[in-house]
Design a protein around this ligand. Sequence first.
Ligand code: ADP
Length: 234
Amino acid sequence: MKPIIEFVHVVKEYGVGEGVFRALDDVSFVIQEGEFVVILGPSGAGKSTVLNLLGGMDRASSGEIRIKDQNIAGYSEQQLTEYRAKNVGFVFQFYNLIPTLTAWENVALTKEISGESLDADEVLASVGLAPHRNQFPSQLSGGEQQRVAIARAICKNPAMLLCDEPTGALDSETGTAILTLLQKLSREEGKTVIIVTHNSSLAKAADKVISIRNGKVHSVEIHEEPLAVSEVRE
Ligand code: ADP
């Protein structure tokens, strides 16, 4: 395995002057290619800030963010746009699908952005949604909508999938199915999958758990033999 992501002494401050708030304070960690990673911590700890920096949606105040040996903290706006298009797939808590487009259209849209995307029908089939390709988001269950969002994220064949509370809006059983799918993408397809959550129940299924508290790395736990998602969630 080789490192795909390295945070090196990353600081992120919001605001100016007296009102400066340090959301991340000297955060360093390494994520290997293909790892299934949980970033764990209470609300307000700085987890989404880590994900936004990783996704090139925000900039660090100082420190280095090395992705495949490139320091994206030094990228121009144009380089960041290209970086996001090629390398990052996002999955959000509330799916963020376009309501007037079908499942297939929501997924195929990524071709416009990355130019190198996979076949939308194949990707929809891989997440079990082939029969639902022509349905609009409002005609799909929450779990199905999240599957469309995952299909959209993997369609551009990105190096990493960044998932922010991906089961936050789903019932327990559907959430387990979604997390099982994400773990499978890591184990079988070699995707680097990073899941931000405040719920520690998933931890034992992760290859690595990075715990964040008050903007600092509290601990990094590595599991040589992680459990299946179905074993850690009831
Ligand atoms: P988490 O995802 O762990 O809940 P966040 O990364 O969203 O935490 O936020 C960490 C801290 O940074 C919080 O106290 C939050 O209020 C603050 N914060 C996040 N984004 C901004 C912003 N754009 N401006 C000011 N403060 C922010």
